[in-house]
Design a protein around this ligand. Sequence first.
Ligand SMILES: [Zn+2]
Ligand SMILES: [Zn+2]
Ligand SMILES: [Zn+2]
Length: 321
Amino acid sequence: MERNFRMLRVMKDRMEICGSCGTIAPPGKYQCAQCHALFDSNRVEVSPPDNELSYARLIGNFVCRRCGENIAISHFTLEGFQCPVCNSQERFDWALWEDIVKYAHNVADLCGFDQPDATDTVFWQTFREREGEDVLRRFRAIGRNSAAYTITNRRPHLAQYNVDVSPGNPVCENCHLPLAIRVDDGTLVTQCGECGEFQEYELMSNIEDYLFLFACISPWHLAERSKDDSRPTLPVPDSPTPWWMVFQGPSVLRQKIDRTLRRLNEETARNNQRIERRKVAAHARHHRMKIRARKRAAVILLTVGVSTAAITSVVLHFLNF
Ligand SMILES: [Zn+2]
Ligand SMILES: [Zn+2]
Ligand SMILES: [Zn+2]
């Protein structure tokens, strides 16, 4: 039987989000786990983006190595963050960002209502092989019965952090409706269809170096700030502040899974061809054997016929007919 392993789509189906914070609103839940808003009047349906962008909401902090205080991770920077308590500039470099960016993209790209369903075991087997059972279990719940994937750093020599990433869509702060997001003239533009409020954010310049992190939606990444060298530094938030990462194209995990599924499809096609060829050969062999058997039967019949005729003529000769 021919099997076709489903490739994953770039576009998401429609999904429901929390009108207050934009996080995905899993079916059956009555309250947002991220901002605690009640969903009864706050569930908003969003259409999939018509470009190859996907969004992950982040909220988290890390521990200051000098004073042990929590520092909010408020935006993407390789320069580190200043501790609001002891004022030391705490390093937070790519070694720490890498997992956050990777999982945020996986969550933005693969989670939501159009996750491959439970019956698509090949997808999940591949996922398990790639990421392990623990990640699989937490990941599968997102969009179904949980809204966030928590990323923590377990490497003892690096800063300890805790970041929640969720799929969803940024919402307007005034109207709580999903923002339309487009790329325009080298910036990422977010616009509210209701009140018209719009903002422009800088695009990352070398997205391949940062696992296809395309742009970030936070006050630190406003395009006007990146153009102005004399920009004053924004105050460090006292508590974790949500912000968004915007990704372009398929996540690294999806590319890996798609490659595996493609290989499985090719193997299946090759196996099917082999089975087909064997069937044809067996059929031909059967046909040849049938012809041989018929020939043998004909020879026997002929021999029997000739012998019978000879015996009959000899008998008749002796009886003097
Ligand atoms: Zn919320
Ligand atoms: Zn500190
Ligand atoms: Zn608005």
